[in-house]
Design a protein around this ligand. Structure first.
Ligand SMILES: Cc1ncc(COP(=O)(O)O)c(C=O)c1O
Length: 459
């Protein structure tokens, strides 16, 4: 895999050409949105940086899109522009905006109280639903995937009595401090760019490249790693697929060294109703799923295998009394129960996933054909309903390769150009999600737009 960036080009396109396309497309974006420009163009009053959350500045558009409404796989902005939404809230709305069963459940629950730190009748169904779906027998509910990961890692350290975790280079598991480690120049370091960090995270964390089983064996042999935390596919680093035998090797090595395996399915739930875990028969000790699990209502779940749950129960009998450091006040509220039950029972269905898979395959084929047609050395990868184009040759094998494959200026120019052609994709990399509400015509529109933009860049 060749690096995508040189001093003068990205993805084989000259930087001067990329800059010209970006300027032209940014001007067009702004000219089409007089109302948005007037209301948010100079920043929203009262917010630091002009936005309620700083990630909203990561969009490559000259100013954020001001949303009037979103429904299904469509976003309408205050200028009346309608976009086919393939970002879907960076997976939070993977099953479409306000899926009707979830909207109904929210309406029903809204009249019955929103948070009371007690179970509701919906909760009586949830534990069994989660076990039937994902296979692990003991669950807890939290509010973000970050928190679910944090709590599951605490359990891993508690039951193993070991201080460290192991991550794969290029990973992202939310804002969990100890996962913020990268390999730079062959050495583990704090992830570049962190604000206000207070620790040298390599003290808490071992790191190796994804797909590198000998390195994993070597690092686990220190005997101080409580858990390996990983996505089944590295989705936060372009898209790095596991090589044949990687997951079997990962499970074998974690068992050999007495290390727990935490699978974070927050993005790879795009694979199927039971996630990558069920599709490929993974066997995690700890399991995390956040973002879309309640159809867009903030909620997450973390599960323990029978043996992990047994060990944790035994540990709790021995620990000194006092606060465990887990749990947040609004977690496991009745709105979450209602929305999650509706999502699991009525939205994350085999039928909906079949639709997602079919259209995602159509999108993947269309993008791959466009790349080939324009003679670009780019590639496309997919895990179920999640498709990603990468402006470098592939497949990628490691997070390090994925980092080198990023083409920030080129990707930004493409993203704005796609918005101008009616298609929104994720701002951080080139992720395109297909929901149960996505239409074939929307997929075809994105393929046409990509073809036109890629052709213009390559010409
Ligand atoms: C794999 C994975 N895990 C966890 C998270 C954290 O999710 P949240 O920001 O909702 O806490 C993310 C966010 O992108 C993620 O990609």
């Amino acid at each position: 895999m060749k690096a995508s960036r040189t001093g003068q080009s990205e993805g084989g396109i000259a930087l001067s050409r990329i800059a010209a396309v970006r300027r032209r497309e940014a001007d067009r974006f702004a000219a089409n949105r007089p109302r948005t420009r007037e209301r948010v163009g100079a920043g929203i009053a009262g917010f630091f940086g002009g936005v309620p959350m700083h990630w909203m500045l990561d969009w490559p558009t000259p100013f954020p899109i001001l949303v009037e409404k979103a429904s299904g796989a469509t976003i309408t902005d205050v200028d009346g522009i309608v976009l086919a939404d393939f970002c879907l809230g960076d997976t939070g709305s993977m099953f479409g905006h306000s899926p009707p069963p979830v909207a109904r459940a929210i309406r029903r629950q809204a009249a019955r109280g929103l948070t009371y730190m007690l179970p509701s009748e919906d909760a009586l169904f949830l534990g069994d639903l989660l076990t039937a779906r994902f296979g692990l027998p003991s669950w807890q509910i939290a509010t973000t995937a970050t928190d679910a990961n944090r709590f599951a890692l605490r359990v891993a350290r508690a039951v193993t009595g070991r201080p460290k975790i192991l991550v794969f280079n290029g990973c992202y598991h939310g804002s969990v401090d100890e996962t913020f480690v990268r390999i730079v120049g062959g050495q583990p370091v704090n992830r570049p760019g962190l604000a206000g960090e207070f620790r040298h995270f390599p003290d808490t964390t071992r790191i190796v490249e994804f797909n590198d089983l000998p390195a994993l064996d070597r690092e686990l042999a220190h005997g101080d790693v409580a858990a390996v935390i990983t996505e089944p596919v590295l989705t936060n680093s372009c898209m790095v697929l596991p090589e044949p035998g990687f997951h079997a090797g990962l499970r074998k090595l974690t068992k050999k060294h007495g290390t727990l395996l935490l699978i974070d399915e927050t993005h790879t739930i795009s694979t199927g109703p039971g996630g990558y875990t069920r599709r490929y028969r993974l066997d995690p000790d700890l399991f995390v799923l956040g973002k879309p699990v309640a159809g867009g209502v903030p909620a997450s779940v973390w599960g323990m295998s029978a043996s992990t749950a047994r060990r944790y129960a035994a540990y709790l009998k021995t620990k000194e009394p006092g606060y465990s450091g887990m749990g947040t006040t609004l977690s496991a509220n009745p709105l979450q129960f209602a929305a999650m039950r509706a999502t699991l029972e009525e939205v994350m269905t085999e039928e909906n996933y079949a639709h997602m898979e079919r259209l995602a395959a159509r999108l993947e084929a269309g993008i791959a054909a466009a790349i080939g047609r324009h003679g670009l050395q780019w590639h496309v990868a997919r895990v179920g309903a999640r498709v990603e184009f990468i402006c470098a040759p592939g497949p990628l094998r490691t997070g390090g390769e994925a980092e080198a494959a990023h083409a920030p200026a080129l990707e930004a120019a493409i993203h704005v150009a796609l918005v101008n052609r009616g298609c929104l994709i994720a701002p951080f990399h080139n992720m395109m999600l297909v929901s149960p509400a996505t239409k074939a015509a929307q997929v075809d529109r994105l393929v046409r737009a990509f073809d036109e933009v890629a052709g213009g860049l390559a010409a």
